[in-house]
Design a protein around this ligand. Structure first.
Ligand SMILES: [Zn+2]
Length: 655
């Protein structure tokens, strides 16, 4: 482990600033902590509003990630109160958290870490705690005690596995009394991680670097890890991915995102003959269980996985005094010899977190199994306790109801600008994962975040459009919603002057591409766990054509007819297809000033008259269209298919 500390980087001599800086150094290394894991603290003065100063512990608050934590992420608590709590004989997790919450010196501070009492107990100013892979590499093996002694001698205190909370603080205290001496520089918690400490965060961090480096050197010597070759994964059959996602969603009781990942390391792992046994032993550290479940599903037998999960719940449910409700039994990690690694989540972010954890897990499992005589995980009872821990359950309850379209997967064409972009924004806002397709390269960055996948493609190039669809299904697992937003207006031209190349281009983009998309998307929409929904952006011109707009009006009429046939054909598969007919939507790339001038002239109006030529006298925007599209894609229109809805401010020609 490289020592990345720089006094200049820290930029302050203040103990709390240094603690935040040192925390970010730990948090920035994925082999040390992942997604909210690990915590840090520093003991320093707290001065209250009346000028009184007391000894306080500033400990990482929940909801903050070590990789990005700042000073407000640390919760100040009075040390003497924490020592009083430590003096109790017993304290339930819920009571401990209530006491810690009440003891906060600042009401604005976040809830303190569940490991707060342990930080309070350790008699050092600065403390750093990680779940380092290589520490787990020393503890998750047979004969872990001997291994730890070989690597660290008596430089660290070794604590057997105890669940985080009051009991862990008590266990550390007891081991500390037995094992600690002047040369002690760390505490290794078996199946959990490493604590280091010192008079400053600089010292605690340096000891972290030292202990991790010693573990790395040992493992490199006794269990060297061969890097894997390039990925040799075959292309997935998209309907197989969609089938798998539907089964996982049914098991979860809600639509799930399923992301596929493959590279050389994954390929080598899923090809192991002992895959089911090795992967089935359990996670590296119990806090992963919340993200990955206790075991991955090996293969695609979701029913079998669900039955096994139910049996696991039955076997262990009696461990708690509370009446537990079984969590959804759907797998979060899938290992398939053909497809590679797939991760499932209620949102793309959840699926990504499971993937990050499992990618980190694979090499540790391999090197311990192949080089250290066998990987040993915690037994299922201990893992069950963490999975059904009331503090974790409370966290899940706090998360609240999912967004309306959470877990839904949408594909939007023409998503980089105008109506397509507005539709994509609305769907993202309602919780959907969105694959945006557009001719413009800018579609890649039209939106940020794990729920967005922007794929540049010319929709009139059927192979390119199909490749975009493939990328979306590999990323999110299937397809529930399609919004046809891509379209062109080729400019005005009377039929007498019709240019056939322009005519054909208009048809290629506005109609042919959609026919190809419908063909390719149909088997995926039929497999949607929520029932497929399609919204087609046509035009008022479909029913009220305009002079000089033969190609455009005809293409939109053909598009409408295509959608009507799709509504007829797909109803038996539960797929709804509806059409909207916008008009006068000027905040789009299609409507240049030049085109407005041209079209207004075709109607014998000024541009101003043309803009407001609807009955309501309002300017219709892309956002109006997007709102209707999002509603059509919602369950509020569950009984509607084949409808055509004008979004034009009202027109005498169509009413
Ligand atoms: Zn921990």
């Amino acid at each position: 482990m490289e020592d990345l500390w720089s006094d200049a980087g820290c930029g302050s001599a203040d103990a709390l600033d240094c603690c935040a800086y040192g925390s970010r150094l730990l948090g920035g290394d994925r082999s040390l902590v992942l997604h909210g894991g690990g915590n840090t603290s520093v003991k320093a003065d707290w001065t209250d509003v009346t000028g009184r100063t007391l000894d306080a512990l500033y400990v990482k608050g929940s909801g903050w990630d070590l990789a990005s934590i700042e000073v407000p992420g640390f919760t100040p608590l009075p040390l003497d109160r924490l020592h009083e709590l430590l003096g109790l004989d017993a304290l339930s997790d819920a009571d401990m958290m209530a006491e810690l919450s009440a003891a906060r010196l600042s009401a604005a501070a976040p809830q303190p870490s569940v490991e707060t009492l342990l930080h309070a107990y350790l008699p050092f100013r600065a403390i750093q705690h990680s779940h380092a892979d290589v520490i787990l590499g020393l503890t998750n093996v047979v004969a872990a005690e001997d291994t730890l002694a070989e690597v660290y001698g008596d430089d660290v205190v070794v604590v057997p596995y105890v669940m985080p909370g009051f009991d862990l603080a008590v266990a550390v205290r007891s081991c500390w009394d037995d094992q600690a001496h002047d040369g002690t520089v760390g505490v290794v918690l078996r199946h959990h991680g490493l604590f280091t400490f010192g008079d400053s965060t600089r010292e605690a961090y340096a000891r972290h670097v030292d202990l991790i480096s010693r573990a790395e050197a040992f493992l490199d010597r006794v269990a060297p890890h061969e890097p894997a070759g390039p990925s040799a994964a075959a292309q997935a059959v998209l309907t197989e991915l969609a089938d798998l996602r539907r089964s996982v969603s049914e098991a979860a009781g809600r639509p799930m995102v399923v992301s596929r990942h493959h590279d050389g390391a994954i390929g080598r792992f899923v090809a192991r003959p002992d895959l089911a046994d090795l992967a089935g032993r359990g996670p590296l550290t119990p806090d992963h269980v919340i993200r990955t479940k206790r075991t991955p599903m090996v293969g695609r037998d979701v029913e079998g996985f669900v039955a096994a999960y139910g049996a696991y719940f039955e076997r262990n449910g009696g461990r708690s005094d509370d009446d537990l409700t079984m969590l959804d039994p759907a797998p979060r990690v899938v290992l398939d010899p053909e497809l590679g690694l797939l991760t499932a989540g209620a949102t793309p972010k959840d699926a990504d977190i499971a993937a990050d954890i499992y990618r980190q897990t694979i090499p540790v499992l391999e090197r311990l199994e192949d080089g250290r005589g066998g990987y040993v995980a915690l037994d299922e009872g201990d893992l069950f306790d963490v999975e059904y821990w009331d503090l974790e359950q409370a966290k899940l309850r706090r998360a609240g109801a999912p967004k309306e379209l959470a877990g839904h997967i949408a594909l939007v064409t023409g998503a980089a600008s105008g109506i397509g972009r507005a539709c994509a924004a609305k769907l993202l806002d309602r919780g959907a994962a969105v694959v945006g397709v557009d001719l413009s390269e800018s579609v890649v960055d039209t939106f940020d975040g794990p729920a967005w996948l922007g794929v540049p493609a010319d929709v009139s190039d059927h192979d390119a459009q199909a490749a975009a669809l493939r990328a979306g299904v590999e990323r999110f697992g299937g397809l529930d919603l399609v919004v046809v937003g891509a379209g062109i207006f080729p400019g005005s031209s009377p039929i007498a002057d019709l240019d056939l190349d322009t005519w054909r281009l208009t048809m290629a983009v506005n109609v042919d591409s959609v026919a190809a998309l419908f063909r390719d998307a149909a088997p995926l929409l039929f497999r949607s766990p929520v029932g497929g929904r399609v919204a087609v952006i046509a035009s008022r011109n479909a029913t009220a054509p305009g002079k000089g707009a033969a190609a455009y009006s005809t293409s939109k009429a053909a598009l409408t007819q295509l959608a009507r046939v799709a509504a007829l054909e797909w109803a038996e598969h539960g797929v709804r297809v509806n059409v909207v007919h916008p008009d006068n939507v000027f905040d789009t790339a299609l409507w240049t000033d030049e085109l407005i001038a041209e079209r207004s002239a075709a109607y014998g109006m000024t541009p101003e008259e043309y803009r407001q030529r609807n009955l309501l006298g309002m300017e219709v925007g892309a956002a109006h269209v997007a709102s209707v599209v999002a509603e059509l894609c919602s369950d509020r229109f569950a009984a509607t298919t084949g409808a055509q809805i004008p979004i034009d401010g009202g027109s005498e020609r169509t009413i």
